[in-house]
Ligand binder design. Sequence first.
Ligand code: M6R
Length: 606
Amino acid sequence: MCGIVGYIGNEACQEIILGSLQRLEYRGYDSSGIATLNDDRLQLRRSVGKLSELKAKILEEPVSGKIGIGHIRWATHGGVTEQNAHPHSVNGEIAIVHNGIIENYASLKEELMDKGCVFSSDTDSEVLAHLFSNMIGQGLDPKRALETVLTKIEGAYSFVALSKSYPDSLMVARNASPLAIGFSDDMVIVASDATAIAHLTQKVTYLKDNDYAILTSKSHTIYNGENEMVNREVVKVNVSPILLDKLGFRHYMEKEIHEQPDAISHTISAMTDSNGRLTAGLEDYNLSKIKGIVLLAAGTSFYAAQIGRYWIEKLAGVPVVCEVASEYHYRNPVASFQTTAIVISQSGESIDSLMAVRHAKKLGLDTYGIVNVVDSTISREVDKILPTRAGPEIGVASTKAFTAQLVVLICLAISIGRQNGKLDEDISNNIHQKILKIPSTIGKSMNLFELILPISYKLKNAHSCLFLGRDMLFPLACEGALKLKELSYIHAEGFASGEMKHGPIALIEEGLPVVSFVSEDEISRKAVSNLKEAEARGAYIIIIGTQTAVNMIDFATDKIIIPNCDPILTPIVSAVPAQILAYLTALEKGTDIDQPRNLAKSVTVE
Ligand code: M6R
């Protein structure tokens, strides 16, 4: 949520900063800005709207200099206005960009106003600019200024500050919001994530919580929360520029839907040992310790968790609870039967999920992370990572990361089940063979774009839509509804089919679209009567399932047939048509598919 960049080096920084902001646009896109320093002059440009608006402004009024900062905003405190856009500057002396929330900003603001500071925005971030202005004004050097500002602020933040008094330094810090410093011989660049700088350098250092640093064009000096100079590991980042390109697709989301066969086969490879056995990268020792699991996640990752629960309970016989991350640590959860917390996160940066797993750690649980971004904060904090190998996911709506998470979860379920004796070798090998076929099965699903297009024409005029499923297809129904609402802004809800008669059936009226996931197992047969009841009341029924499953529902208006697959794998295969349906409906409606309104890819505020 919000992306920040800072550059100091030998080259004019305007285009470098804009290039990195472009790569951070998935983090926020309601306004943006840039500030540079040249010849003792701070130059500031800010714009409401997408980055293209800022670029247009800069085309008319370029900025110059070899040191600068940039920001792309997802509004938290203060509306979407130019005044609230970053960088925030004080008297043309100081400029700051900030990601996160300064929780004690109200009291700080009051204090600063009492001292005569005049605020020009409604943001929490502006207090940082005033604090720096005060410290530098008192003659503190950049390190002392940073050190002092950090004693005053509370919350989750990463920021970069620039001062006219120190034209050869940038001041940066992080706490719970990510920050990566990249460097080469003649420049240092800092950004909210490494993908924003990987095209400029592969050498990257990640700041840890409470770290701060002074950057010059030739150095980056890092200090920890105790003000001791520290070395942080330098990692080689490898984000192929190809992975960040749309490669001819209309949207990143469309590209990422098509990338699922690859994402899944890479993920399966990461979950397989040298004998080809699914091990989830865990030694038997770790697996035997797992007696009870809490799955922690948000949004789409939470629905993956809920599907995972069905698999782990069914295949491994281990009790599982799923917790919405933002609720977990505020609830004083009792973990008596649990041994293990597994946090699921594409970005590895969702603050809710991070806080939840930290809480689980405090409760004494072993912590595992199913994470796509391996250099993320969550990856670094958990005891063990089970990586999804989906590659960078840029579209705000999660697609390939979701199906990759499901693959990790089913592999994990099999591994635990085999280890604790619930699953015998034959059954686990049999499921393993079926899992290996998922990439090609999903590859065949790409034909569904054509089949689903006419359905999206009908759906685009709907005001509301229900998604139904039973058993492990119930969480998939919730995920289908989430995809449709976030992309097309059509109100959508997911329900367990069996729950319809307990209330939601009151919503059914003539023409209401009801999308139902079905599979070939017994329990899906029970869903037929639930659907019949909806159809009898005039609902427009759309069915998603294999040919055999769909044959059970001859009264459906539209049928989306997925390639044949074992019922246990249906949530993975059926996720694809749900994504395509949401994508094409949004395309028809003309919404902003890769950057839907009000959303951010990685939510780093509570
Ligand atoms: O990066 P994470 O998996 O932790 O993100 C969790 C949610 O914010 C995310 O899944 C969100 O719901 C997506 N917009 C779904 O498409």
